[in-house]
Ligand binder design. Structure first.
Ligand SMILES: NC(=O)c1ccc[n+]([C@@H]2O[C@H](COP(=O)([O-])OP(=O)(O)OC[C@H]3O[C@@H](n4cnc5c(N)ncnc54)[C@H](OP(=O)(O)O)[C@@H]3O)[C@@H](O)[C@H]2O)c1
Length: 394
C-alpha cells in the first residue's frame, strides 16, 4: 500500500514538473509572439509616421530634383488633374496625357495661367490602338521627365457581378488600368535610369489591390496587377536611383465614385481629389507603398487585421448596398424605370451621364435606357416639383 502511495505521489510530481516545462515553453512562445507583434506594430507606426508626418518637412521642395517635367496620365479630371495641379504648384512643367483634345487644352491653359509653367498636351485614348503610345513617346523624347504619374484608370459604372459587366468594359479595364501603366513606365523609365534619378508613381487602389473584392472583381484584379508590378519593379531597379511608389487610396470623391451619393460627398475618410493628391504627393520619396492619406492608412490597417472571409463578406455587402444606391439614382433620374445591367452601352459610361447636366435617360423598347439631351428648363421645373413633393411628404 505504502509503495502504491509513493508511486502515485511520484507520478503526480513528475506530471506536474512536465506541465511546468510545457507552461514555461508556452510562456516563451507567447513572449516571442508578443514581441514579434509589438515590433511589427512599431515598424508600421514608424513607417506611417515617416510617410504622413516626416514627409511634410520636405513637401514640394524636393520634387524638382527628379527633373523639370512630370507626365500625368488621366489628368483632365479627378485625382490626375489634382496631381497635375500640385506638381505644377511645385514648379514642374506638365505633360497632360488624357482623353479629348479640348479637355486637355483647358487643363493646360489653366495650369499655365495659374502657375506660370509650361505644358504639353497629348490627347489619347488608352482604350484605343497602340499608336497612342508612339505619339506619347514622340511628344516626350526631348523632355527631362522627372516624374511619371500612372493615374489613368476606369472602374465599372457601379459595383456589379462579373457576368453583368459588358465585355467591352472588360477590355477597357485591361487596356486602361493594366496596359497604360505598364507601357508608360516602359517608355519613360529608360531616360530616368540613364540619368540616375526620377520617380514613377502608380495609382492602384486601397484594400482592393491587396485583397480580392467581389462585385468589383476585375477592377480589383487589375489593381492587384499594378501593386505586384510596382513592387517587383522597385526591386529590379533598386540601385538605379529611381523612386517607385504604389499608391493605394480608399474612396476619393471623384467622378469615379459618383454612382453613390455617400461616396461623392467629401469627408475625412472620403477626401476630395485635391486633398488626396496633396497628401499623397507629400509621401513621394518617403514611402514605396502607401495609401497616401493618413485616414486611409487607418482603414488599411483595419482591413489588414481581417481574415479574408470577413473581408469578402463585408466588401460584398458594401458593394451590394452601393449598387442599390446607384440603381436608385438612375431610377430617380429616369422617372422610376427599373434599371437593368445593360442600360449603358459600354462606350457611354454612367460616370459621364451622372455628371452631365442637361442629359436624361430615355426608356427604349425592351426596357433598355439611353442617355438623351433634355430641355434644361424642363429639367429644372421637374427638380423643383420633386423638391416640393419631398417637402410635402416630410
Ligand atoms: N476615386 C476613387 O475612389 C479611387 C479609389 C482608388 C483608386 N482610384 C484610382 O485613381 C485613379 C484616378 O481615378 P479618379 O477617381 O480620379 O477617376 P476619374 O475622376 O474618372 O478620372 C479619370 C481620368 O482618366 C481619364 N481617362 C479615362 N479613360 C481614359 C482613356 N481611355 N484614355 C485616356 N484617359 C482616360 C479621364 O478622362 P476624361 O475626364 O476625359 O474622361 C479622367 O481624366 C484611377 O486609376 C482609379 O482607379 C480611385
Amino acid at each position: 500500500m505504502a509503495v502504491a502511495v509513493d508511486s502515485f505521489q511520484f507520478l503526480l510530481k513528475e506530471t506536474l514538473s512536465l506541465f511546468s516545462k510545457v507552461r514555461d515553453t508556452l510562456a516563451i512562445v507567447g513572449a516571442l509572439y508578443a514581441a514579434r507583434r509589438t515590433l511589427a506594430l512599431s515598424w508600421r507606426m514608424y513607417k506611417a509616421f515617416k510617410a504622413h508626418g516626416l514627409s511634410r518637412l520636405t513637401y514640394q521642395s524636393h520634387l524638382c530634383y527628379y527633373g523639370s517635367w512630370a507626365v500625368v496620365t488621366g489628368s483632365t479630371h479627378g485625382i490626375g488633374r489634382a496631381y497635375a495641379q500640385e506638381l505644377a504648384a511645385s514648379g514642374l512643367n506638365i505633360v497632360i496625357v488624357s482623353l479629348g483634345q479640348e479637355d486637355c487644352q483647358l487643363v493646360a491653359d489653366d495650369l499655365e495661367r495659374t502657375f506660370g509653367i509650361e505644358t504639353c498636351v497629348v490627347a489619347v485614348d488608352f482604350d484605343g490602338c497602340r499608336d497612342a503610345y508612339a505619339e506619347i513617346k514622340k511628344s516626350i523624347e526631348d523632355k527631362d521627365i522627372g516624374i511619371l504619374v500612372n493615374n489613368v484608370g476606369v472602374m465599372y459604372d457601379y459595383p456589379q457581378y462579373f457576368l453583368d459587366v459588358p465585355e467591352q468594359k472588360l477590355w477597357q479595364l485591361f487596356h486602361v488600368n493594366v496596359a497604360a501603366a505598364t507601357v508608360m513606365t516602359h517608355i519613360v523609365l529608360p531616360q530616368m535610369v540613364e540619368k540616375g534619378r526620377g520617380a514613377v508613381v502608380t495609382v492602384a487602389s486601397g484594400a482592393t489591390s491587396s485583397l480580392p473584392t467581389p462585385q468589383m472583381t476585375v477592377y480589383s484584379a487589375t489593381k492587384a496587377y499594378l501593386d505586384y508590378f510596382m513592387r517587383a519593379l522597385s526591386y529590379e531597379y533598386s540601385a538605379s536611383g529611381v523612386a517607385f511608389q504604389c499608391l493605394q487610396p480608399f474612396y476619393v470623391a471623384t467622378r469615379m465614385t459618383s454612382y453613390s451619393a455617400t461616396l461623392s460627398s467629401p469627408s475625412l475618410f472620403i477626401p476630395s481629389a485635391t486633398t488626396y493628391a496633396r497628401n499623397a504627393l507629400m509621401t513621394l520619396g518617403w514611402s514605396q507603398r502607401t495609401t497616401g492619406y493618413w485616414p486611409h492608412t487607418i482603414q488599411f490597417w483595419l482591413t489588414s487585421l481581417m481574415p479574408e472571409w470577413l473581408w469578402l463578406w463585408g466588401s460584398s455587402r458594401l458593394n451590394a448596398a452601393l449598387r442599390r444606391q446607384a440603381h436608385q439614382r438612375i431610377r430617380h433620374t429616369s422617372g422610376g424605370s427599373r434599371p437593368s445591367s445593360q442600360i449603358f452601352p459600354s462606350s457611354a459610361s454612367m460616370d459621364h451621364f451622372l455628371s452631365s447636366p442637361g442629359r436624361s435617360l430615355e426608356v427604349l423598347s425592351g426596357g433598355q435606357l439611353r442617355s438623351k439631351a433634355v430641355d434644361v428648363q424642363e429639367a429644372a421645373s421637374q427638380a423643383m416639383e420633386e423638391i416640393e413633393h419631398r417637402a410635402t411628404n416630410t
